[in-house]
Design a protein around this ligand. Sequence first.
Ligand code: ATP
Ligand code: MG
Ligand code: FE
Length: 348
Amino acid sequence: PLVLGIETSCDETGVGIVRGTTLLADAVASSVDTHARFGGVVPEIASRAHLEAMVPTIDRALAQAGVAATDLDAVAVTSGPGLAGALLVGVSAAKAYAYALGKPLYGVNHLASHICVDQLEHGPLPEPTMALLVSGGHSSLLLAPDITADVRPLGSTIDDAAGEAFDKVARVLNLGFPGGPVIDKWAREGDPGAIAFPRGLTGPRDAAYDFSFSGLKTAVARWIEARRNAGEEVPVADVSASFQEAVTDVLTRKAIRACTDEGADHLMIGGGVAANSRLRAMAEERCAAAGITLRVPRPKLCTDNGAMVAALGAEMVARGRGTSSWDLSADSSLPVTEPHVPAHGHLH
Ligand code: ATP
Ligand code: MG
Ligand code: FE
């Protein structure tokens, strides 16, 4: 099926077009620069930016794919989780286009989309799929027997998300926002073994699949403060590399443990932090050693985009999942256990 996907859960206006598991277009307009001076995403600014970017980004995606809107088989949209006002812009646009074109509408889950996008890169997902989802708002290990209908959380962060930790450490280092890409860059020049930062929740009595990054963030901030108080220069590259090493060490260790425990022979990593070069390299190494096949989409498909929404929408169509109704709304806290929002099937 030819499906258009719209993503507006945060600060990226993403519109993607796929045919089944083939990527035809991936247009993204970001308002990230306008948020940078505030050190984080400002919801009202994001909503307004989505409103301005929506139609031009849809037009760009259609042109890129070389298809007409009337050729589409369905329109999919992120209905949650995310910023309520931002989500509403995408949901409203999707409803307008679907209704005007006479095409079915699918409200889908942003987190399930971050996993399903890998079908565009590596073909159909194995069933079940073991996924490590690491982004600005989430850090979870998920087992998905069916990405369109059955997603089970094995564990998640008890405090900060991995991406949030990157963003906060970058702020302490005065590296700007978002922090992930800058720390990734600095870390390449640094020594990952320079500073021994703590690995949260890795003790023998800690929950096997839960994460904690708040202690790590505090440890990094204290270390930097001590340096500054002593009037010494802060070695940005070494701090970045050592912090990044601590995050990726814990993430890969627990993900591989989950695969081994559940008998999964592959691991999918998705979400914005999956764009991290060290995480990709370490996961590659450790998966190979454990006999696990690693699936990570290219970096551009890891951060928020519309192609991932189209990918999940296409899977919904292929599997005959129910469409959403015209009263579909945004749900800022849509649980990961609900990959899509069928008509009248969702109330909480
Ligand atoms: P969520 O999916 O939880 O709603 P999100 O919508 O904020 O999160 P994503 O695009 O999925 O957005 O992820 C953004 C996060 O990924 C940010 O915290 C950013 O710092 C982080 N990130 C992006 N690139 C990298 C990288 N190369 N290394 C580490 N982190 C990165
Ligand atoms: Mg973003
Ligand atoms: Fe995201």
